[in-house]
Design a protein around this ligand. Structure first.
Ligand code: ADP
Ligand code: TRP
Length: 321
């Protein structure tokens, strides 16, 4: 089974990225042949500073490796190191109905938030379809917001197969319901673009300040809180703390007697502890840039090998060769 996913280097990675996509992807390494990449071509739809793009790309590589991506069993690479994917994007775009792209939420959301309405942003799902199809992927672990793009990929693959004969494997999304949408500091979906993130690797003081600053209601500590399960700090605590600790705090909040300050303090401690080993590993990787470059270079060579085989199949199917 081939497992594939990508993540854009458009900013520091956060708990939503980690629990929604990275951790499931890292766990899936055990179950098959995993291909994970840094979607730098995609990032050009929202980023226009070359130095920032280079720095973010490096940071995503460090973050992913620190969190447990194992290059001995997983092919890890930069999307743009496999330019074959842009050729496949063109072939796929000729069978992609406009209406399919017009229905995509991501384009509408991003332009509503002020991103330039470029053709690249509009046709981004076709590049994503090429990413998935060019590696004969079976399973695509992503957060819920990417589900529609995997559905577009399936539709496009079916259309191509109908037009030109069986060429592509039809992929399935893998979405973990329990972490499908991790809430941010303001209760909306945690997202780089909403400025409501808790980064995986940030300075201790900065994260402590963010967590202690989470706004709660004005009920006194003594008041019982029957809605404890909907409390944002409790929801985040369930992700980063051992299950019995999170349950204990939730119960104490429900019963009354636990102050919001103490709850947030516990959340910070559990967060800091959860990523302690990854933080240490990341510091080692920062000191070994040649190792990181080598991982990406080896990954790109393997990815390119497979991509050119599948591209050749598609070129032949549609009559280019
Ligand atoms: P952002 O919204 O911060 O720009 P991306 O769109 O780059 O994040 O998402 C990268 C991956 O992380 C995708 O698979 C996405 O589904 C997942 N993801 C992002 N935010 C969340 C979240 N709050 N909860 C669950 N998964 C998320
Ligand atoms: N569009 C995805 C995101 O913003 C990143 C991505 C690009 C991707 N290509 C992919 C994810 C292929 C899974 C499979 O998060």
């Amino acid at each position: 089974m081939r497992i594939l996913s990508g993540i854009q280097p458009s900013g520091a990675l956060h708990l939503g990225n980690y629990f929604g996509m990275m951790r499931p992807a890292i766990e899936l390494q055990e179950r098959g042949d995993a291909f994970y990449f840094i979607a730098d071509y995609h990032s050009l739809t929202s980023l226009s500073d070359p130095d920032v793009l280079r720095r973010n790309t490096r940071d995503v590589a460090l973050d992913f490796l620190a969190c447990g991506l194992d290059p001995a069993r997983t092919v890890f690479f930069k999307q743009s190191a496999v330019p074959e994917v842009t050729e496949l994007t063109w072939l796929l775009s000729t069978v992609t109905p406009m209406g399919l792209l017009e229905r995509c939420h991501s384009y509408k959301d991003k332009t509503a938030r002020g991103l330039a309405a470029t053709h690249g942003l509009f046709s981004y799902p076709v590049l994503m379809a090429a990413d998935i199809l060019i590696y004969d992927s079976n399973l695509v672990p992503v957060g819920r917001d990417q589900k529609q793009h995997v559905e577009v990929t399936r539709d496009v693959a079916v259309k191509f197969n109908l037009a030109y004969g069986e060429t592509f494997v039809i992929p399935e999304p893998e979405i973990r319901e329990e972490v499908a949408t991790v809430p941010g500091l303001d209760g909306q979906k945690m997202s780089k673009s909403y400025g409501n993130t808790i980064e995986i690797f940030a300075e201790e003081k900065a994260v402590r300040k963010k967590i202690m600053g989470i706004v709660m209601d004005s009920r006194t500590p003594q008041e019982p809180k029957p809605d404890a399960d909907r409390n944002l700090a409790v929801q985040l605590l369930k992700l980063v703390a051992p299950a019995d600790t999170a349950r204990d705090y939730e119960e104490r909040l429900r019963a009354g007697g636990l102050g919001y300050g103490d709850l947030k303090k516990k959340l910070f401690e559990a967060y800091w502890e959860h990523f302690a080993a990854a933080r240490a590993r990341r510091a080692e990787l920062v000191a070994a840039p040649d190792y990181v470059d080598g991982v990406l270079r080896d990954g790109a060579a393997k990815a390119r090998d497979l991509a050119s085989t599948v591209l050749r199949r598609a070129r032949r199917a549609c009559g280019l060769d």
